[in-house]
Design a protein around this ligand. Sequence first.
Ligand code: AR6
Length: 188
Amino acid sequence: MLEEFDMTEIRCTENQVLRALEADITTLHVDAIVNAANRSLLGGGGVDGAIHRAAGPELLAECRTLHGCKTGEAKLTRGYNLPAAYVIHTVGPRYYSDEPDKPGLLASCYRNSLRLAQEHGLHTVAFPSISTGAYGYPLDEAAHIAVRTVMASLASCPDVHEVMFVCFGASALRTYESVLKEFDKKSI
Ligand code: AR6
């Protein structure tokens, strides 16, 4: 059992752990789940659609008050009917677009989401693999950016104790597990 745990988690500091797991993010009892939204923040397909369906219409009503979100930025709402207390909505870059510095924009999604979590005193945050569905980012590249950015951001987010990388499917989980292991070795 312990061995299984060792494969999927990295302890960054005494109080901060990163973990990869396979799950539907809408089922998680965490302080905040992150939504891979679009700039309108008015819903869509993929994880965005699943989150809005599970949260109910009040989520869309609150999102309407936010007037959208720029790529790389993040905004917070309540979670309504979700088991998660809050939703942090962020907008990833489209891989096949002419937006400059897509890796930088993807990193900003993780950094700004964690900054919001810290500002609101949230301890547990679950991320989907932002931009790797409809927005076309290759999973392995995106996973490296995700893990590297979260590890670097946690130093300025001392109240965030657990970050989960929520993988949709076994193959995504294998990718995140191998990236976590890679970074774990680097940090030794
Ligand atoms: N739980 C966890 N991960 C999920 C779930 C789920 N329930 N559903 C999908 N994923 P995507 P993007 C994974 O397309 O690429 C929307 O229409 C999925 O396998 O949801 O950032 C928005 O409104 C993939 O790895 O987000 C935007 O228009 C990852 O979540 C656009 O899609 C992200 O896939 C955003 O595209």
